[in-house]
Design a binder for this molecule. Structure first.
Ligand SMILES: *[C@@H]1O[C@H](CO)[C@@H](O)[C@H](O)[C@H]1NC(C)=O
Ligand SMILES: *[C@@H]1O[C@H](CO)[C@@H](O)[C@H](O)[C@H]1NC(C)=O
Ligand SMILES: *[C@@H]1O[C@H](CO)[C@@H](O)[C@H](O)[C@H]1NC(C)=O
Ligand SMILES: *[C@@H]1O[C@H](CO)[C@@H](O)[C@H](O)[C@H]1NC(C)=O
Ligand SMILES: *[C@@H]1O[C@H](CO)[C@@H](O)[C@H](O)[C@H]1NC(C)=O
Length: 699
């Protein structure tokens, strides 16, 4: 490096100044609260409109005594506002909230409640009746309302209203953009019994997820809503409600709220960092260019040094560090012809490494994902260190049914991961390679005979058992599914795409959110709607769905048409047959309950005389047990492996799928706060695919 020059001094100064600015601008605190119950001492935390308050251990959004008719009300949280943008302003703020709603009919039922986000928290006048305390006759529909609400409507108040029991999304108007009749899922809002509602917003993908459960009946839905189109930075949030001629108590019995992804728990560190940087800055100004340059040199030198040490550690016993040049030439400069597919966090290319004479799969992590591991801000030192450490850990995971991470490259903002290549590709390609024209089974599908399928199920179970219980660090996979299972030349399964959540961050998300659920629709257990986090239990659930997928050759994301009565031929193939659409778990459960489990077997194997009925029975029972709605009833992966190899009895799931109950019964645990987690990471199409796995605490 040349001696201190003016240009590098200016560069150094700008760097420090912008780092300080970034930190000043960012708000490090995370907005979080939890009210398991409400009492008078909580009153200071909320803004109440006249007549609303706290009574009977609940927020009463409209008056609970006296004149209850033709009233409206709002209760909102006043300690803090929710910021529209995350602290780095890279995405909208993600949040999760969960509340227990209890609507008690008084004189009939009416009109409804709403969870709202707004820049105008004060209750609009004349907002009783159909206006739900959200808008009124004059303002309804005006963008100036700046309100986005999820409504729980208990009265059909106009011709346009769907019915007297629905959930809806209201933007600046009580005329909902989306509505769903809750009667379809047997939830009755105004029954007087508690309904637990979970609402999550993923700022990166702008997916708003709504879940509700009442007495075992579940409603879930996801919508795309770009809040920045309707709201400004400082958002007030809370509940609104109204009554009309008919009245009800509009009560909230408990309420949790948390923002996601903004440096949680990093508050002190950041303040510390801020102080340090400001000091540095002052020194730099005071001491002039020389000092500034010196400081800058030291900082970068230390960073490089730390990085080199870690690299050495990896080199000793870990994956290979590739040169960007090398991987570029291996993949013909990431030529589109070499593209193998897109997966969580990036695109995968086929590469050929001449020096090893082998083909590899190169995952090029997309640019936005590397932001957190980038090298142009003050946190990059930490980012890189952790990156290397994680790569090291992942590469040490070694199991015959896991895809091996061979190496990596992190140069010039590019993040590349090099894996073993399996020419056969992923399991889903074989499972679903049907000949669309005449619905015939392809040769490839026939290759997947029962013996091979059973081995695939056993192999994936064994890999998960290893991740969960076998290595020194407990690893969650978080996205078990057929498209993440590669097949080798012997049709043995290799589970891939694990362990990267910590290496790669979606822009803005920090390491603290790596327990986030980022699964794929159809493989996700219901409880993730309420906990927002991945766990061993959610992996077990996904494995159960996966086992059913392999057995039946049906995609979990597409409903199966189920015909009652059951003719002799395959009632589970598409076509013109009428029937009730059912998701794979419900469908297999129904067949099992009717004693017809073998009918779930993929028709591609029906002529295959080698389908072993005992093994089918075992897989069905195990898979159903893994998909038990109550996470505490699911077996561990260790037990699952025992069952598959015949070392333990197959579980006996109940003949009817039990109702989902939340919080789970069977222990006195507190309601879990939705702590971290972006529930869904939206994809371009319906496949909500994303990455993958995370480490939970070591054992
Ligand atoms: C109850 O309050 C509403 C709204 O303030 C008012 O319109 C109505 O007349 C009142 N009813 C009675 C019986 O006082
Ligand atoms: C209950 O509702 C009916 C129907 O509008 C109304 O006539 C009656 O006055 C209400 N009763 C009370 C006690 O508010
Ligand atoms: C409410 O309605 C009454 C009667 O229509 C009207 O006089 C009053 O100005 C309205 N209040 C507001 C805040 O719109
Ligand atoms: C709004 O108020 C006007 C005048 O009071 C009335 O004519 C109109 O029907 C009201 N609209 C609705 C939707 O209630
Ligand atoms: C709700 O159920 C009704 C009657 O079965 C049906 O017509 C309607 O399409 C369902 N709505 C939705 C959104 O599923």
């Amino acid at each position: 490096m040349a001696s201190p020059s003016t240009s590098s001094t200016i560069r150094c100064f700008t760097m420090l100044a912008s780092a300080a600015l970034v930190i000043l601008v960012s708000r490090s605190s995370c907005l979080q609260f939890s009210y398991p119950i409400f009492d008078a001492s909580n009153e200071a935390d909320f803004g109440f409109s006249p007549g609303s308050g706290i009574a009977n251990g609940a927020l009463q959004i409209t008056p609970s005594t006296g004149n209850m008719s033709h009233r409206s009300g709002r209760v909102f949280y006043t300690r803090e506002t929710l910021k529209l943008w995350n602290s780095k302003r890279t995405a909208l703020t993600s949040f999760a909230t969960e509340f227990v709603l209890n609507i008690l009919p008084r004189n009939g039922t009416g009109e409804g409640m709403a969870f709202f986000l707004t820049n105008n928290p004060q209750l609009p006048g004349n907002s009783s009746g159909p206006w739900l305390g959200v808008t009124n006759n004059q303002t309804d529909g005006s963008p100036a309302n700046r309100v986005v609400a999820v409504e729980f409507d208990t009265r059909k108040s106009s011709m346009d209203d769907l019915d007297g029991n629905h959930v809806g999304l209201d933007i600046n108007s009580v005329e909902s953009l989306f509505t769903y009749p809750l009667s379809n899922v047997s939830i009755v809002l105004s029954s007087g019994s508690d309904a637990r509602v979970g609402i999550q917003y993923d700022g990166a993908s702008t997916v708003l997820s709504i879940g509700a459960v009442q007495e075992g009946h579940v409603f879930t839905h996801e919508l795309l809503v770009d809040l920045s189109q309707f709201l400004l930075e400082d958002i007030s949030f809370g509940f609104a409600a109204s009554t009309g001629e008919f009245t009800q108590l509009n009560q909230i019995k408990s309420w949790n709220f948390v923002t996601i992804g903004d440096d949680r728990g990093g508050h002190r560190k950041k303040v510390g960092l801020l102080v340090a940087l400001m000091t540095l800055l002052t020194l730099a100004i005071a001491g002039g260019s020389c000092l500034a340059f010196y400081v800058w040199r030291r900082v970068t030198w230390q960073r490089r040094q730390a990085y080199r040490n870690l690299e050495k550690m990896i080199d000793a016993r870990g994956p290979i560090r590739f040169k960007l040049r090398e991987l570029r030439s291996a993949t013909a400069n990431f030529s589109p012809d070499r593209k193998l597919g897109r997966g969580g966090f990036g695109t995968v290319y086929l590469g050929y490494l001449p020096k090893m004479n082998m083909e590899v799969a190169v995952k090029r992590v997309s640019a936005t994902s590397t932001a957190a591991a980038g090298n142009n801000n003050s946190s990059s030192n930490r980012g890189e260190k952790e990156f290397v450490a994680e790569v090291n850990t992942i590469s040490r995971l070694s199991h015959r049914n896991l895809v091996k991470l061979m190496g990596w490259c992190h140069e010039r903002g590019e993040l590349l991961l090099v894996y073993e290549y399996f020419p056969m590709g992923s399991l889903d390609k074989l499972l679903y390679s049907s000949d669309a024209k005449n619905n015939a089974r392809t040769e490839q599908q026939q290759e997947l005979n029962w013996e091979r399928r059973f081995k695939i199920i056993c192999g994936v179970a064994s890999a998960l058992e290893y991740l969960h219980h076998g290595s020194s660090q407990r690893v969650l996979h978080r996205d078990v599914k057929a498209s993440n299972v590669m097949l080798d030349a012997e049709y043995a399964p290799r589970l891939g795409d694990f362990g990267l959540a910590r290496v790669v961050h979606l822009d803005g998300a920090t390491h603290h959110s790596t327990q986030a659920v980022a699964g794929t629709r159809g493989y996700m257990a219901y409880e993730t709607f309420f906990t927002g986090r991945a766990s061993l239990d959610t992996d077990v659930y996904a494995f159960g769905v996966f086992a059913m997928e392999v057995l039946t050759g049906r995609s979990p994301s597409a409903p199966v048409l189920h015909c009652d009565g059951g003719g002799d031929d395959d009632d589970h193939h598409h076509g013109s047959r009428r029937g009730k659409p059912m998701y794979i778990v419900d469908w297999v459960w129904k067949l099992y309950g009717e004693g017809r489990a073998p009918r779930a077997v993929d028709a591609a194997m029906k002529d295959d005389g080698e389908v072993d009925p005992a093994q089918v029975e075992c897989v069905v029972r195990l898979a159903l047990a893994c998909c038990h709605p109550n996470p505490r009833e699911r077996p561990s992966m260790r037990t699952a492996v025992q069952v598959l190899i015949g070392g333990a009895e197959a579980p006996e799931p109940p003949v009817q799928k039990p109702a989902f109950v939340w919080p789970p019964v069977g222990n006195g645990q507190e309601m879990e706060l939705p702590q971290v987690g972006v529930l869904f990471t939206g994809g371009q199409n319906s496949s909500f695919c994303s990455i993958t796995s995370t480490f939970v605490s070591g054992r």
